[in-house]
Write a protein that binds this ligand. Structure first.
Ligand code: GLV
Ligand code: MN
Ligand code: MN
Length: 420
């Protein structure tokens, strides 16, 4: 497989479109995007919608102790493993409609297509929606728990607001204990496939329809806190101040220069700065920065970390501040399974679609799954490279192409002995 009997099989684009449009209503914003942070009422509502759709299709439904939601189709022999497909239904605040949601819906559509065609595969299929991929609470909460990578410390010191995490868990009926017990036995998994929008502009610029992801860049995130002295913003001479905002600002600009100057494959972002006390006329005593940086290569990653923190300390010295650097979490760079990458390329070619090998600069649940089973990702172009924005957009025909490549890759994987 695919053979002459299955290579013509396609997903149902109208059904996928209807699902996509319905799903885009959950947490819809006036700006055309969606606001569905993990465990928000809109997020929980859409998860119920997903299970209801699966139930209507006659699929089995499942949720685990980390809140991961699945639909399952038994299309393999008794005792067969599950080939998992999916992504995430949560979004960043004021995010786009495609990021994550398309991958989950395409996975569900593949299950329904295989079911309708009564195909027998060497594995069962499972479409999964992983919890909190975007990290408004913990980051990769669901897929890390699923893969046994989540620690109690990740939950006790989340990268988001601990209160929001506690309230979200209560709304979802989950506990730290249930999350930490949600590990799935890797021996039950044949592999993992994820369809996603590129979230960059490389494919659009190259005019290519399908991306066969070969690697996913790693991410490290830290909280940096500069501490100085508060005081009257109108009376204390500038040269006597210990102004935390100056250290934070100088460091933020230096981040750009360090990355642009010496790390061409890397990215960094200071996504939030909070000044305390935070008044017009009070010198900020404290400035807390949310820093993350990314690299596809472990060596560059270490060198970048060193360069960033060296500069952070220099700014502390320059402005007579104290500096605390707190490690929050990391996602290691991941390599996709070479056999699945080839299967994606072959599926695209068989469908008459242009295809390129590509490194993912964004993080994905596939990064966690790659640590426990053969994993692959399929990218489709993002218009203007926009993502984490209500303006995120991918042409519908690209979405359908991606879903068909996902389907054909599932069929093609039947020829691979993924357990070896
Ligand atoms: C997830 O979208 C990430 O790349 O941070
Ligand atoms: Mn995503
Ligand atoms: Mn995202």
């Amino acid at each position: 497989m695919p053979n002459s009997q299955t290579s013509h099989i396609r997903i149902n684009p109208n059904r996928l479109r209807a699902d996509f449009d319905a799903l885009s209503q959950f947490g819809a914003t006036a700006s055309g995007g969606v606001n569905r942070p993990a465990f928000s009422p809109a997020h929980l509502e859409m998860r119920r919608w997903f299970h209801e759709k699966a139930r209507q299709a006659g699929l089995e439904i499942l949720s685990d102790g980390a809140g991961n939601h699945s639909a399952r189709l038994r299309c393999g022999p008794d005792g067969a493993k599950y080939l998992l497909m999916g992504s995430h239904l949560d979004s960043v605040p004021d995010g786009g409609r495609y990021d994550g949601a398309l991958g989950v819906l395409a996975a569900l559509e593949v299950l329904r297509t295989v079911q309708e065609q009564r195909l027998k595969l060497p594995y069962h299929l499972e479409a999964i929606d992983f919890t909190d991929e975007e990290g408004t609470l913990v980051s990769f909460l669901g897929s890390f728990a699923f893969c046994g990578l989540l620690t109690a410390a990740d939950l006790e010191k989340p990268r988001g607001d601990p209160q929001a995490l506690a309230e979200g868990l209560q709304r979802a009926g989950l506990t730290h204990e249930s999350i930490l017990a949600a590990r799935r036995d890797p021996a039950q998994l044949a592999g993992y496939l994820e369809l996603h929008v590129e979230q960059g502009s490389r494919m659009e610029k190259a005019g290519v329809q399908i991306g066969a992801v070969t690697h996913i860049a790693g991410i490290r995130f830290f909280r940096l806190t500069y501490t100085g002295s508060p005081g009257h913003g109108g009376t204390i001479p500038l040269e006597e101040r210990r102004d935390a905002a100056w250290g934070a600002s100088a460091f933020t600009l230096a981040v750009r220069e360090i990355v642009m100057g010496g790390f061409p494959e890397c990215f960094a972002n200071v996504g939030r700065v909070e000044y305390r006390p935070g008044f017009f006329n009070t010198i900020p005593q404290q400035a807390e920065l949310a820093l993350e940086f990314r690299s596809p290569d472990p060596d560059q990653f270490d060198r970048l970390e060193q360069a960033l923190f060296e500069n952070a300390r220099e700014q502390a010295q320059r402005f007579k501040l104290e500096l605390n650097i707190e490690f929050i979490g990391k996602r290691d760079p991941a390599r996709m399974d070479a056999r699945i990458v080839s299967a994606v390329r072959e599926s695209a070619a068989a469908l008459g679609l242009s295809c390129t090998s590509i490194i993912s600069r964004a993080g994905h649940d596939a990064q966690a799954l790659a640590t426990i089973c053969p994993t692959g990702m399929i990218f489709i172009p993002s218009q203007g490279g926009l993502s984490h924005s209500p303006l995120e957009y991918t042409r519908w025909e690209d979405c359908v192409n991606g879903a068909n490549v996902l389907l054909q890759t599932v069929l093609r994987c039947a020829n691979l002995d993924l357990s070896s």
